[in-house]
Design a protein around this ligand. Structure first.
Ligand code: FES
Ligand SMILES: [Fe+2]
Length: 372
């Protein structure tokens, strides 16, 4: 550490806000994600009928609940009476009921029942904010932005999971103490093969293409995909070109594609400036039976993937989690350090995140939300 760096760490100030940021890295590490998109917030199975859960988007707490009719609902997680979190209460019928005095709210956010004396007054006219909510690909999705834009805003389209013969899929999630941009930098930047030298999901990578098209950054690598000790026995190298991969930061999502046969999406839920929940959805056209030139039957693939989740995917992604959390810790201490980033793709991801956040802040809904 140089003397200057040492001095910076003494009596250090916290990282700057987006408005205070002086350079691109400081900006991107403070930027939010535009709420005018659909965000994966929870597994659908974690919200069965009669259950309410708390989800947080950029410090905004929302109660997501499923009524006894099976429909999902999402409203502000705040009882209008004394501000308790409704997620601490319970679902009765199709309403969520506050745990303290039992005030009940419908999915439209309206107070619909007060179970105690009203002292001669009418039922208060109270309407909490409610949010469009959907269920798809085993996940619950919430639109936190302007509800008038929800229907026209596309969700990630995954035809491989929608058709009559859906591919085998695997979902795994993590909540990491790291800014969402650190996760985007991580998942599409193959310079971190060193971190994964045990699992070898990609090795000997060379960036062959980098394209920015609107709100998307495409990157392609020549690389050796799934060359690790376990996965390489399951990937059918005769049918799949495992020497290249294309990835995309399709704001605010990220996906990868190996020869149209192995794909994944990463859906980030930005909880706050230093906390992100990331859902990873992997899906596979087929596997081979290790040691044999035979395709694995479709019905066997998901049980195999369930095992692979615990022995490969989770431990592999936990390596990323340790790295991005350490990066956040390093950034908190050394946010003034000069930028030393070599991969042009990372610069492109960061530029897109900053531009989208600036556009959102300049929009009427952004100005309104930030003024609250
Ligand atoms: S605080 Fe919620 S009902 Fe009183
Ligand atoms: Fe990684």
């Amino acid at each position: 550490m140089t003397m200057t760096e040492t001095l910076h760490t003494i009596g250090r100030a916290p990282p700057p806000s987006f408005e205070e940021a002086r350079n691109k890295r400081q900006k991107v590490r403070a930027a939010g994600l535009d709420p005018n998109h659909w965000y994966a917030v929870e597994y659908a199975r974690a919200v069965p009928p009669g259950k309410v859960v708390e989800v947080t988007f950029w410090r905004r707490s929302v109660a997501v609940f499923r009524g006894e009719d099976g429909a999902l609902r999402a409203i502000d997680n705040r009882c209008a009476h004394r501000q308790l979190k409704l997620s601490g209460g319970r679902v009765e019928g199709c309403n969520v009921v506050c745990p303290y005095h039992g005030w009940a709210y419908g999915g439209d956010g309206k107070l619909c029942k007060v179970p105690h004396e009203l002292f001669g007054k009418p039922l208060p006219k109270i309407e909490l904010r409610h949010y469009p909510v959907r269920e798809r690909y085993g996940l619950v999705w919430v639109f936190f932005g302007d509800p008038a834009r929800a229907d026209a805003t596309p969700m990630p389209e995954i035809p491989e999971l929608d058709g009559p013969k859906p591919w085998a899929k695997l979902l795994v999630d993590f909540t990491w103490k790291a800014h969402h941009s650190m996760i985007i930098d991580n998942v599409s930047d193959f310079t971190h093969a060193y971190l994964h030298r045990r699992f070898r999901p990609f090795t000997d990578s060379t960036l062959t293409d980098l394209r920015v098209e609107g709100d998307r950054v495409y990157v392609s690598y020549d690389t050796k995909v799934a060359d690790g000790p376990l996965m390489k026995h399951f990937v059918d190298r005769k049918r799949t070109n495992v020497n290249a991969m294309t990835l995309c930061y399709q704001y605010p999502y990220q996906w990868s594609d190996t020869d149209g046969k192995i794909k994944d999406w990463c859906f980030c839920l930005p909880i706050d400036e230093q906390t992100t929940r990331a859902f990873f959805l992997f899906y596979f056209d087929g596997f081979k039976i290790p040691g044999l030139p035979l395709q694995m039957p479709r019905q066997v693939m998901e049980p195999v993937l369930e095992i692979a989740k615990h022995v490969v995917f989770k431990p592999l992604l936990e390596e990323d989690g340790v790295a991005v959390e350490a990066e956040q810790d390093g950034y908190n201490r050394h946010w003034q350090a000069p930028i030393a980033e070599l991969n042009p793709a990372v610069h492109a991801f960061q530029a897109l995140t900053i531009r989208k956040w600036e556009e959102y802040l300049a929009s009427s809904s952004g100005r309104l939300a930030e003024a609250r």
